[in-house]
Ligand binder design. Structure first.
Ligand SMILES: [Zn+2]
Ligand SMILES: [Zn+2]
Length: 318
């Protein structure tokens, strides 16, 4: 199974500005001062090996959209944030005029998780089959609402694709195409649902927009069971722990440190920090990743937990 991240930012899309690019260039020039490079390749290798990731890399970008690729003809994707636009370009290029079948799994219908759908190219192509799965009663209403006048020029009813809404039941395993999927209720304004996906002996958890009260033992244990032995846990790490337990308590999101704790309880293998705060720049996000890795080292039991931070374009093979 391959997991491909098309959108990793929370709440609203962000882009690097010209000032950000100049800043990164200046930092790179300072780091390289005194060095000479005979070729582009040599300079490239230096940047890759010696520059700090906060200089050479950016987290992006788009709001949540995460694809799970498994052998077979159908597509599987979590949420339709603005990352759904490049995901749609990928689907159309790959299909080369053949009709696509796209299975969508919705955590919830807050705007950052549905805003990419009106820009999802395959939705305009007759013959495309889109099945939107979720546990909310308001699922269909939310998708129709955002394309209603005067907010959007193309009404939902004008889409070329055949769009079907499929209600899933939390706590129960469902078979959807090649995947087994189990939704799990999460604490968030209007409720959100995490998903456990299983295929070929591998498991991926998609758990975004979810606040945790770890002092509530029952809640922590229920999530540890949900995450149990997962190969990859995509986790809402919007805040730093200090913010999550003080000013931003009850805002419906979690932190890098809580992610480590829950994954350790669950003996999960790989934690992926996700749904980045739009106000955080690359250096701050690198800092949150370092902090989570350090905390993991200090609290490690028998099984190490790999910790990464998601960015647009990242692919993880399981
Ligand atoms: Zn969100
Ligand atoms: Zn939300």
């Amino acid at each position: 199974m391959r997991v491909r991240f098309w959108g990793t930012r929370g709440s609203i899309p962000v882009a690097l500005t010209s000032a950000d690019i100049r800043d990164k260039l200046a930092l790179a020039l300072v780091a390289a001062s005194g060095r000479t490079f005979a070729s582009y390749e040599e300079a490239h290798a230096f940047a890759h090996a010696e520059l700090d990731p906060s200089i050479t890399h950016t987290f992006g970008g788009h709001t949540p959209c995460v694809e799970l690729e498994v052998p077979g003809d159908e597509y599987y994707v979590c949420d339709m944030g603005s990352g759904a636009r490049p995901f749609g370009v990928h689907v159309l290029a790959r299909q080369a005029r053949r009709s696509a079948v796209v299975n969508v799994f919705m955590s919830h219908v807050h705007w950052d998780h549905i805003m990419g759908f009106p820009f999802f190219g395959p939705a305009y192509v007759p013959g495309t089959k889109i099945r939107i799965h979720g546990c909310h009663d308001v699922l269909e209403e939310a998708f129709r609402l955002q394309q209603r006048e005067p907010c959007f020029p193309v009404d939902f009813s004008q889409l070329g694709a055949d769009v079907e809404f499929v209600k899933l039941e939390p706590g129960r395993s469902h078979r959807v195409g090649a995947l087994t999927v189990t939704p799990h209720l999460q604490l968030h304004s209007g409720d959100s649902f995490g998903y456990r996906f299983e295929h070929g002996g591998k498991s991926v958890i998609y758990s975004t927009d979810s606040e945790h009260k770890l002092e509530n033992r029952q809640e922590a244990e229920s999530f540890a069971r949900f995450f149990q032995d997962a190969d990859l846990v995509i986790f809402d790490a919007m805040y730093a722990l200090a913010d999550a337990i003080s000013v931003k308590a009850d805002w419906g999101h979690s932190s890098n440190i809580v992610g480590v704790e829950l994954c350790q309880m669950a003996r999960a293998r790989h934690l992926m920090l996700f749904h980045h705060e739009p106000a955080n720049n690359d250096a701050t996000l690198e800092g949150l990743l370092r902090e989570a890795r350090r905390f993991e080292e200090l609290t490690r039991g028998e099984q190490p937990l790999r910790v990464s931070s998601a960015y647009d374009g990242l692919e993880v093979d399981l």
